[in-house]
Design a protein around this ligand. Sequence first.
Ligand SMILES: C[S@@+](CC[C@H](N)C(=O)[O-])C[C@H]1O[C@@H](n2cnc3c(N)ncnc32)[C@H](O)[C@@H]1O
Length: 283
Amino acid sequence: MWTGPSPKLSREELHALADLFAQACGFVLREDLAFVAERRLAVRLEVLGLGDFKAYTRYLKHDPKGREELDHAIELVMPHETYFFREPAQLEALEHELFEALVEKNQRQRRLKLWSAGCATGEEPYTLAMLLVGSRRFVGWELDVLGTDLSTKSLVTARHAEYGPSALRATSSAQLAKYFELAPSGRHRVRTEFREVVRFGHVNLLDRDALGTLEGQDVICCRNVLIYFDVETRRRVIDAFYDCLTPGGYLLLGHSENLLSLSTRFELVHLEGDLVYRRPGST
Ligand SMILES: C[S@@+](CC[C@H](N)C(=O)[O-])C[C@H]1O[C@@H](n2cnc3c(N)ncnc32)[C@H](O)[C@@H]1O
């Protein structure tokens, strides 16, 4: 086992790591994340008995277990920050303006599919389920809320559906009482009626084949994910989202994200409280 001083990540090594990350999942490991990467990956170097980051990148590239280790490294460095009822203005627009449009759009099939792409530990898809079911506009409808992420560790937490104070920091006491129950662990568990419309899956947004199986979505919510990609990857992912949406379906991005210089295929819809994108046409 390596017992020397904590290894330093040079600029050159950071760039080598960044290339591997970008190829695997589109994540741009920027220079301002160098310290985070150095600190979090030091543990992996220790476990693997490697003395420096040059040896680590060699391991990632050439060892038979390198690909598995790369997933591990991405998991450790990628931000998975999320919480319930994040970006409330957009959620209010969804509840008060888009739900009505969706009832109209799908009233014949009485079926609705929503996809939270890059859902981390599940707070976003559960929030969508809470608003949908809680609105009582879709009683008797078939509801399918899908949460997907690259991080298998986050998906384990998502399926467990129990949360602590950090995940609930923007949840009011009325929302807490309506949507959660107290679990024996002392944490808050999402109530069954909201859990049962949500399912989770492991999907890399760069995997076009996997995305091809997710067509027919009425709403895609991809918030605070594209910011980590370079422009070319954003374009690819947005293009795939277009194909996954039904005509007339909506794309919701994070408040710091937009489609400027990424796509002209979507319509911009001005709601009272927010801006969302829509695939033109009607079903
Ligand atoms: C900051 S979290 C955003 C969570 C949630 N959407 C929100 O806004 O609260 C970003 C998530 O995107 C996921 N992610 C990043 N690149 C991905 C990719 N190529 N495929 C799937 N998920 C990815 C990460 O694993 C992480 O959990």
